[in-house]
Design a protein around this ligand. Structure first.
Ligand code: PLP
Length: 397
């Protein structure tokens, strides 16, 4: 028996584990201090009524012989795919139902997609970014090139033909920086991918937070994308499904390499290794893709965006450089006094009892930066911001 030796190349310190250990230590030392967490990107608002009612109805169906359902189609029920299709049509993106694959998480799909690619691919991964892309490529033994995101390019790096990549990861709106590619930027990436015969894996997990009308929510809004891109999206952040689990992956039928269809490859992969999302959950998800569901999730998103506004207003007043917050639940701030990202984490926790995420956890370019999220409740966010302000003033900036 041989182990996958690539695992020994993974960074040992899983970011959120290290954070929760530090919080535990702090709670032991200062049991009376109330900690506010603006660190982990989990939602706090409950599911909307439309989803709850649909799932209650589906649950009752499961208890009756006439309406009970066993295994469903691996790629999802048509009723939900039609909902997704409707959602994309609103942005003039036409999808066939069999270009839509329903799954139980964008994380799983973005990781599992590597199954359909061969060994020794070169993956181009932004730095900083959602750590799953990097770790899954390390596990797969792929060669990794880093796409340098920094203040100079406003954390929106563009393609460079000197970089020869096979698999390109784009996350827009980006986790952790909150920055979003515009249509011109995405078109450049599409042209580059087609020229390189590379694939773009486009993670749109936060598309529902985009406020500016001109910004694309889906890469398929841009010409040429169906020839070179796969898109991942999820109801986790859009509709509070982080614990309920439902996502969708779009693989156009036009997407072919060497005459072979990636849609066929993924279908084969999913039918072999996955047995579908529970019927009850898919009914809940279907309810999100209705006018009523959309209205309700828009309200929750507006609540989070107000938190983002409170945070960004305070940073502006403190004259601290930041990105994000406008089209994203994430705010990516420069640490005051040039502290390292872990030093600022420690100061903010010990002085203010506020938890954020050190930028270094998202890649080397995250050093000197810090991620705050708008997913907290309003009262906590207002309190956290006032503590953050006092803490930064104390540091003398
Ligand atoms: N993609 C990005 C960029 C994320 O930040 C996250 C979660 O934080 C996910 C995907 C995971 O989504 P899901 O809950 O659908 O697995």
């Amino acid at each position: 028996m041989k182990l996958n030796e690539n695992f020994s190349n993974l960074n040992k310190n899983y970011l959120f584990l290290k954070i929760s250990k530090k919080i535990q230590e702090f709670e032991k030392e200062s049991p009376k201090k109330n900690i506010i967490k603006l660190g982990i990107g989990d939602v706090t608002l409950p599911l909307c009524d439309a989803a709850i009612e649909a799932m209650q109805k589906a649950l009752l169906e499961m208890g009756k012989k006439e309406t009970f359902r066993g295994y469903g189609p691996e790629g999802g029920y048509d009723f939900l795919k039609q909902g997704v299709q409707w959602y994309y049509q609103k942005r003039d993106v036409d999808l066939d139902l069999d270009e839509i694959f329903i799954s139980d998480g964008a994380k799983n799909d973005v990781a599992n997609i590597l199954d359909i690619f061969g060994l020794n691919n070169v993956s181009l991964i932004p730095d900083p970014v959602y750590p799953v892309y990097l770790d899954t490529n390390i596990m797969a033994g792929n060669k990794i090139l880093y796409l340098q995101a920094n203040v100079e390019n406003n954390f929106l790096p563009m393609p460079d033909e000197a970089m020869k990549a096979d698999i390109i990861y784009l996350c827009s709106p980006n986790n952790p920086t909150g920055e979003v590619y515009d249509s011109i930027g995405l078109k450049k990436w599409i042209d580059y991918a087609i020229k390189m015969e590379a694939i773009i894996l486009f993670d749109a997990a936060y598309e529902a937070f985009i406020s500016e009308d001109s910004l694309p929510h889906s890469i398929f809004e841009i010409e040429g994308a169906k020839k070179c891109a796969i898109e991942f999206c999820s109801l986790s952040k859009t509709a509070g499904f982080t614990g309920t689990r439902c996502s969708y992956t779009i693989i156009p039928k036009e997407l072919k390499f060497g005459g072979r269809s990636l849609n066929d490859f993924w279908l084969r992969r999913q039918t072999t290794k996955f047995n579908g999302v529970p019927y009850i959950i898919q009914r809940g998800a279907e309810a999100i893709f209705t006018e009523r569901g959309q209205m309700q999730v828009t309200e929750s998103i507006a609540y989070y965006k107000e938190n983002a506004r409170v945070i960004t207003q305070a940073l502006k007043k403190l004259d601290i450089w930041f990105t994000g917050g406008k089209n994203s639940p994430y705010i990516w701030m420069k640490t005051p006094k040039n502290l390292t990202s872990w030093e600022f984490f420690d100061v903010l926790l010990s002085e203010a009892g506020v938890v954020g995420t050190p930028g270094l956890g998202f890649g080397a370019n995250g050093e000197g930066f810090f991620r705050l999220t708008a997913f907290g409740n309003k009262g906590d966010t207002v309190e956290a911001v006032s503590r953050l302000r006092a803490c930064v003033m104390n540091l003398g900036r």
